[in-house]
Design a protein around this ligand. Structure first.
Ligand code: SAM
Ligand code: SF4
Length: 436
């Protein structure tokens, strides 16, 4: 029996792909081990969204090189977006790698692993499986309460800074029946929450033979017995329809929380990014969402220092943050990515300006997040307990608005929905006490 260990970089999509790799290999009788030291094979599931993620991967690969020198029988596999982007070029830098495969080649993993162990030369397969989105792949899930469910793969948007469409391919939606069956099975096993995953969930259904859009899919998933909560990421603002807003308002299991990446508050930059909405369009959608669902929590992604971003453009982003008052943001310095259109744009900015702008947006948002979190103090809120807090041995869970809440209680309650009174708030989490 072979043992394996997976190191995952990047987003939820990669985490979920790693759950699939684990499921596939376990079905073949392989054993997942908690560390690299005992593993016959180490799989690095990589991310290429920003240069920093790529650097992290290469330094991990360097560490594994040393381990392999001590244990020559050990195999190293590279999966995910860097594998897709670099293919056999990885071998020029790291000739000790044994297996390279892309995000849409995961279903063939058992065969590829067997080949990698039986021959000396490396196995490379980044050809992509055009039927991947129709496959049912065994999945070994890390969490026992919440589960990720992919509803689509790839992206057709070609935002000018982004590698995803090149590495994860064109948008392909999974048939709704497959998705609903997967959610039914999860609910039967006791899962309380599903997060529907896709790069652009609001355009779900494009290219399917059936006539199902994303809000119709939400309605179907909402009918699954014993399921308590539905979340979804990521929504592209351009495709956020009124019917989706109605679905969030009307469907009891759909949580009142939305991640709606705006990227910039400047129309010039949004145009250069090929986001295909304006600042006004975005603000209008936020207003419609809040009119329909006043308690909705909103988070966003921001890129600072995009090529050509001048002081006014940056100020427009700061003002947008003040105006919308998001519950939280993920902010990034623009990072040059191979093959993307933004690489060729004029006006690339020096690192110190990007750094300064990142510090400013994060400081502003921190102030807003604390103010927003403090407003929950004294409120009663439903929390799904999903584990223990990282510090302090308390129970930890999330509100429907996706705020983390920590409070005292027995671990037998993990997986339950409880009501909690919020007693204090910080920037990353709320504290509370269970209501008897
Ligand atoms: N599909 C989603 C969307 O449309 O927003 C998320 C895609 S990506 C995995 C997550 C975030 O990474 C993006 O929203 C963007 O803010 C950021 N990102 C993508 N490419 C980037 C780049 N080249 N430099 C900096 N940040 C980037
Ligand atoms: Fe990348 Fe844009 Fe697609 Fe999101 S919508 S994955 S940012 S190309």
């Amino acid at each position: 029996m072979k043992s394996f260990h997976i190191i995952t970089f990047g987003c939820q999509m990669n985490e979920h792909d790693s759950e699939r790799m684990t499921g596939l290999l376990r079905d073949q009788g392989c054993a997942l081990v908690p560390g690299v030291a005992d593993a016959d094979m180490v799989i690095l599931n990589t991310c290429s969204i920003r240069e920093k993620a790529e650097q992290k991967f290469y330094s991990e690969l360097g560490r594994l090189k040393q381990l392999k020198a001590e244990r020559p029988g050990m195999k190293i596999a590279v999966a995910g977006c860097i594998a897709q982007q670099e293919g056999k070029n990885i071998l020029a830098r790291a000739p000790y790698v044994d297996l390279i495969f892309g995000p849409s080649d995961v279903a063939r993993l058992p065969v590829m692993v067997e080949t990698a162990f039986s021959r000396r030369s490396p196995v490379i397969d980044t050809s992509g499986d055009p039927e991947y989105h129709r496959k049912r792949i065994p999945t070994a899930r890390v969490d026992k309460v919440k589960a990720w469910v992919s509803i689509m793969y790839g992206c057709d948007n070609f935002c000018t800074y982004c590698v995803v469409p090149y590495l994860r391919g064109r948008e392909r939606s999974r048939p709704s029946e497959d998705i609903v069956n997967e959610v039914r099975e999860l609910a039967r096993k006791g899962y309380k929450e599903v997060s529907l995953l896709g790069q652009n969930v609001n355009s779900y259904g494009k290219g399917l033979r059936e006539d199902t859009d994303f809000s119709a899919l939400l309605r179907m998933v909402n009918e699954v017995p014993a399921l308590e909560r539905i979340r979804f990421v990521t929504s592209h603002p351009r495709d956020l329809s009124d019917s989706l807003i109605d679905a969030v308002r009307d469907l009891p299991k759909v949580c009142e929380s939305l991640h709606l990446p705006v990227q910039s508050g400047s129309d010039d930059i949004l145009r250069a990014m090929n986001r295909r909405y304006t600042r006004m369009d975005y603000l209008d959608k936020v207003k419609r969402l809040r009119d329909a669902v006043p308690e909705i929590t909103l988070t966003t992604d921001i890129i600072v220092g995009f090529p050509g971003e001048n002081a006014q453009d940056f100020e427009a982003t700061m003002q947008l943050l003040e105006e919308v008052r998001f519950d939280g943001i993920f902010a990034f310095k623009y990072s040059k990515r191979p093959g993307t259109a933004a690489l060729k744009l004029p006006g690339h900015l020096p690192e110190d300006i990007k750094e300064e702008r990142l510090t400013k947006v994060l400081a502003l948002q921190k102030k807003i997040t604390i103010q927003k979190n403090k407003a929950y103090t004294g409120m009663y809120t439903e929390v799904l307990i999903d584990g223990m807090s990282k510090r302090g041995g308390k129970l930890s869970g999330r509100t429907r608005g996706n705020k983390v809440v920590n409070f005292a209680g027995p671990d037998s309650l993990i997986g339950s929905l409880v009501f909690v009174r919020i007693t204090a708030a910080g920037v990353n989490s709320l504290s509370g006490e269970i209501c008897e």
